[in-house]
Ligand binder design. Structure first.
Ligand code: TYM
Length: 345
């Protein structure tokens, strides 16, 4: 318990009980526009009404082989990027998963309440085992149990994510309901928070696929911290169809994707976007999307450049975030230990 000696426990306990949010990004690659639009942008909006915990999930990242020095650097950078995107560490708890041991401890217990068959049905496991056929480790298989642990540990009500994580949240709910049916109301049953527009931003080079930070082709994604010129150029070269009218329609994956990106930055509906570009071609549209996206990311990029130099500040946020999360996590974990029958001295 000495770990929480600097935490103002009274302050945490006296905060009015707002609904809680948990979410995270893996520091397994360059954080992309997909992560921003599908998750982080929504996190920023939610922090004014909810009690939020935003985590850099490094335990998840090692399910795929990582270079240790790069993982360490990316963990630091991801946390700085959360803040640069607008997460306020005074309002939200920002921390690194491996700094709070209860994530792994609860995951073990939840694993004993999760079926092999349930985990075998996870589409992300199937995709990742195909991609990393030389390293299909058991962590990759039990990954959704660790994710359930992340969420249930903090009694989260809502989990803001992109659509690719929906299945994992459904599993989390199933495991929580199963546990509660045996032991009483131990866990809050979480709901996914997924915005229709932006829930799946696609690759710029193959718009039938999700934009991914692990894609080896940097032209396929916009990195939040790349240069303005790179962003404009990549969007200009984004793969589209042979039509030329800016219209949201089935099969026009490239244009639909760019319209979603444009909509997320401007707040315009697809109808409004179609009207705006009526009579104009893809060239004009792509130029506008590129500029708008670069404008939307400019502030984040400047703030990130400033923050990344301030190691002392980022580390202080990491430490106080871990202390708060540690305290909250222990409350749930000790309840779970008691419920399952572990001996306490
Ligand atoms: P990760 O690191 O793959 O992605 C982080 C978040 O970004 C969303 N996302 C996208 N949204 C829209 N379009 C895209 N192209 C796109 N790519 C990624 C993801 O849906 C996610 O919300 N397992 C999670 C991390 C995690 C987590 C958690 C999330 C671990 N524990 C607990 C929520 C709660 C993952 O791999 O996300």
């Amino acid at each position: 318990m000495d770990k929480i000696k600097n935490t103002n426990v009274d302050e945490i306990n006296s905060q009015p009980q707002r609904k809680r949010i948990f979410s995270g990004v893996q520091p397994s690659g360059i954080i992309t526009l997909g992560n921003y639009i599908g998750a982080i942008k929504n996190w920023v909006e939610l922090q004014k009404d909810y009690d939020c915990l935003y985590c850099v999930v490094d335990l998840h990242a090692i399910t795929v082989r990582q270079v240790p020095s790069e993982l360490r650097r990316r963990t630091f950078e991801a946390l700085a990027l959360y803040i640069a995107c607008g997460i306020d560490p005074e309002k939200s708890t920002v921390f690194v998963q491996s700094h709070v041991p209860a994530h792994a401890e609860l995951a073990w217990i939840l694993g004993c309440y999760t079926g092999f068959g349930e985990l075998s049905r996870m589409t992300q496991f199937k995709d990742k085992s195909r991609k990393h056929s030389d390293n299909i480790n058991s962590g990759l298989f039990t990954y959704p149990v660790l994710m359930a642990s992340d969420i249930l540990l903090y009694q989260a009500n809502l989990v803001p994510v992109g659509i690719d994580q929906k299945q994992h949240i459904e599993l989390t709910r199933d495991v929580a309901l199963r546990f509660n049916s045996v032991y009483g109301d131990v866990f809050t049953i979480p709901e996914p928070y997924i915005k229709e527009t932006g829930m799946k931003i696609n690759s710029l080079t193959d718009p039938t696929k999700k934009m991914s930070k692990s894609d080896p082709n940097p032209s396929s994604y916009i990195a939040i911290i790349e240069s303005r010129d790179d962003t404009v150029r990549k969007i200009k070269r984004a793969v589209t169809d042979s039509d030329s009218t800016v219209k949201y329609a089935p099969g026009k994956d490239g244009i639909n994707n760019l319209m979603s990106i444009y909509s997320c930055f401007t707040g315009k509906t697809f109808d409004e976007i179609e009207k705006e570009f009526d009579g104009k071609g893809y060239g004009d549209f792509k130029a506008a999307v590129g500029e708008t996206c670069a404008d939307g990311l400019d502030g984040i990029r400047n703030e990130y450049a400033r923050l990344i130099k301030d190691k002392a500040y980022i580390e202080s946020v990491m430490k106080s975030g871990a202390e708060k999360a540690y305290y909250l996590s222990r409350k749930t974990l000790s309840k779970v230990y008691r419920k399952v029958g572990f001996y306490n001295v």
